[in-house]
Design a protein around this ligand. Structure first.
Ligand code: 531
Length: 364
C-alpha cells in the first residue's frame, strides 16, 4: 500500500519514504563555502527521518547568488565542503540531493530578514545582475539586469553542467535544477521578463530554449542512473493561470524528452504582483495534473503540514514525493511524529539507532 512511508524508486535511487526536505536557503555561506551552520543544519534534518534531503539553492556562478550568503558550487574548491554534507545526509539514511540555481535578475539582494532588497550599489559585496532582458523584477525599479549575450548564455549553461559534475563528485545522488521562483531559467520562460527577439525569446520554444539546452548540458555530466529533476514554476497566478499552466505542460513534455526524470512542481514568482491563492496544500492539484497529463513523477510543496493529508496525496496517486520546508524547520523529527500519527509499524525506526532505541517503548 503506497503512502507517506512507502519507499520510492527513481532510476537507481530509492527513497526510504516520500518525505523530502525542501531546499531552504540559509544565507550563511561565505564566498559560497559551507560551514558549521550547514553541517549541523543538514545533519539535524537528515537524522529526522526524511527520505530525501535537498541542499539549499546552490549557485552555479557567483553572480547567480540570491545573496552574498548563498552556498556555491562554481569552483572545484567548493566540492570538499559539500561532500561532507552529502556524506552526513547519507549516513543518516536519507538520499542526498542538491538544488543548483542561478537567481538571474533576482540576484544580489540581502536575506529576507534584512528586507530582501538589492544590495546598495556601493556595497563592496554588490554585483550587477543578469537576465534574458534588461527588465527589472520590480517594474520601474532601477535595479535592472544586464541583458545576457549568447556567449553569456552558453557560459551559464556550462556553469550548470560543471556544477552538476561537482555535485556528483561530492556524492549527491539527486539533482534539482532550479527552474522556478522567477530565477534565471524561469525568467527566460516568462514573457513578463523575457522580451528577447532572438532564438532565446518570443515563441514558447524560444523562451524554453535556455532550459532545454541547460538540461542537455547537465545531462552530459550527471549520471544517467541518478535522478535528474527540475523545480519548475508551472503557473503564473495572473488573469489567466490556465494559459501559463498549459505552456508549462508543453515545456514539461520537452524537458522529459531531454532527460528530466521528475518535476518538483513550484511557483513561478516571475513578477512581484502575483495574486497567489495561498492556502493549505494549494499546489497539490496543479502537481496532480502535471503527473496525470505528462505521465511523469512529481513532487510539490507549499503549506503541506498534516501527515494524514500528505499520506492521502500519495495514496491517491496525486504526487509521488512531498517537499516539506517550515514543517521540518519547526520540528526536524516531524517524520517520527507523522509515523506515529499514521500508526506505521515501528515509527521510531525512522530515527537513527541512538534515538530509536530509547523511543521504541516511549509514549508521551
Ligand atoms: C531559493 C528559493 O527558491 C527561495 C528563496 C527565498 C524565497 N522563496 C520563496 C518563498 C516565497 C514566499 C514565502 C516563502 C518562500 C524561494
Amino acid at each position: 500500500m503506497t503512502g507517506l512511508f512507502s519507499s520510492f524508486s527513481l532510476k537507481d535511487i530509492t527513497l526510504r519514504n516520500r518525505i523530502a526536505v525542501s531546499p531552504m536557503c540559509q544565507y550563511q555561506a561565505v564566498d559560497g563555502f559551507i560551514n558549521d551552520w550547514h553541517s549541523a543544519h543538514y545533519s539535524m534534518l537528515a537524522r529526522g527521518g526524511a527520505g530525501l534531503v535537498v541542499v539549499e539553492a546552490t549557485a552555479v556562478a557567483p553572480e547567480g547568488r540570491i545573496t552574498p550568503g548563498d552556498v556555491g558550487l562554481w569552483s572545484d574548491e567548493h566540492t570538499a565542503g559539500l561532500s561532507s554534507i552529502a556524506a552526513a545526509i547519507k549516513t543518516a539514511g536519507a538520499v542526498a540531493g542538491i538544488q543548483l540555481a542561478h537567481a538571474g535578475r533576482k540576484a544580489g539582494c540581502t536575506p529576507p530578514w534584512q528586507g530582501g532588497a538589492p544590495l546598495d550599489r556601493d556595497d563592496a559585496l554588490a554585483w550587477e545582475p543578469v537576465g534574458p532582458s534588461a527588465v527589472p523584477f520590480v517594474p520601474g525599479n532601477d535595479y535592472i539586469p544586464r541583458e545576457m549575450t549568447k556567449d553569456n548564455i552558453r557560459q551559464t549553461q556550462q556553469d550548470f553542467a560543471r556544477a552538476a559534475e561537482r555535485a556528483c563528485q561530492a556524492g549527491f545522488q539527486w539533482l534539482e535544477l532550479h527552474f522556478a521562483h522567477g530565477f534565471l531559467a524561469q525568467s527566460f520562460l516568462s514573457p513578463q521578463s523575457n522580451t528577447r527577439s532572438d532564438e532565446y525569446g518570443g515563441s514558447l520554444e524560444g523562451r524554453a530554449r535556455f532550459l532545454l539546452e541547460t538540461v542537455a548540458e547537465v545531462r552530459k555530466f550527471w549520471p544517467d542512473n541518478f535522478p535528474l529533476t527540475v523545480r519548475l514554476g508551472v503557473v503564473e497566478f495572473d488573469d489567466c493561470p490556465e494559459h501559463s499552466f498549459s505552456e508549462s505542460l508543453k515545456v514539461i513534455g520537452w524537458l522529459k524528452d531531454a532527460g528530466v526524470d521528475f518535476v518538483d512542481v513550484g511557483l513561478s514568482l516571475a513578477t512581484p504582483g502575483e495574486n497567489i491563492p495561498w492556502a493549505a496544500n494549494f499546489m497539490v492539484p496543479w502537481a496532480a495534473r502535471v503527473r496525470r497529463e505528462k505521465n511523469i513523477p512529481v513532487g510539490t510543496s507549499w503549506m503541506i503540514t498534516q501527515a494524514k493529508e500528505a499520506n492521502e496525496f500519495i495514496q491517491d496517486g496525486k504526487v509521488d514525493v512531498i517537499f516539506f520546508a517550515r514543517t521540518l524547520l519547526a520540528n526536524p523529527h516531524w517524520p517520527y511524529r507523522a509515523a506515529r500519527e499514521l500508526e506505521i509499524t515501528d515509527p521510531h525506526a525512522v530515527l537513527p539507532t541512538p534515538y530509536a532505541y530509547w523511543l521504541q517503548n516511549w509514549s508521551e
